[in-house]
Structures are given as structure tokens and as C-alpha cells.
Unconditional design. Structure first.
Length: 81
């Protein structure tokens, strides 16, 4: 499950606006704003899943451990030049 903080951090790493992520995830901007809300608003699980998938398609790895959550950009070796 993607958290609000992970979504915001992943967008920052990719240089995406909320509008860009909403478009790539095929969710409404309102739904994405709810997901990224600091107030932990209710969001459909399908919305979280679509956002997660869109980010993963663009190289984002979601990290979760007993110490917390985070994100990492995974790039193909050709991108490291």
C-alpha cells in the first residue's frame, strides 16, 4: 500500500506535478489529492493501486520496513552514463 508521503516523495524524485501523476495513473486529480493529504483521508484501494503501478512503471521502488517507509528511483544501467 502506498502512503501519502511515499506518493509525494516519488513525485518529487520524478519531477512530476500532481496533475502529471494523476494523468499517468488515470485517476482524478481530486482522488490523488485525497491520497496525498496529510489528514489521511479515505481513498479507494484501487486508486492507491493505480498510483503505485504508475510510479513503478517509471522506476520508483516503494520501500517499507519496521523503521518506516521510503522511495527509491531504480534506473536501467543505460541511464547511468
Amino acid at each position: 500500500m502506498i502512503t501519502a508521503r511515499q506518493s509525494r516523495a516519488a513525485r518529487a524524485l520524478l519531477g512530476w506535478s500532481q496533475e502529471t501523476l494523476a494523468d499517468k495513473a488515470q485517476v482524478s486529480l481530486t482522488a490523488l489529492k485525497r491520497l496525498e493529504s496529510a489528514n489521511e483521508l479515505d481513498v479507494y484501494e484501487s486508486t492507491r493501486d493505480q498510483v503505485r503501478r504508475a510510479l513503478e512503471r517509471h522506476g520508483i521502488l516503494l520501500l517499507t520496513s519496521d523503521q518506516g517507509e521510503g522511495v527509491m528511483v531504480v534506473r536501467a544501467k543505460a541511464d547511468n552514463r
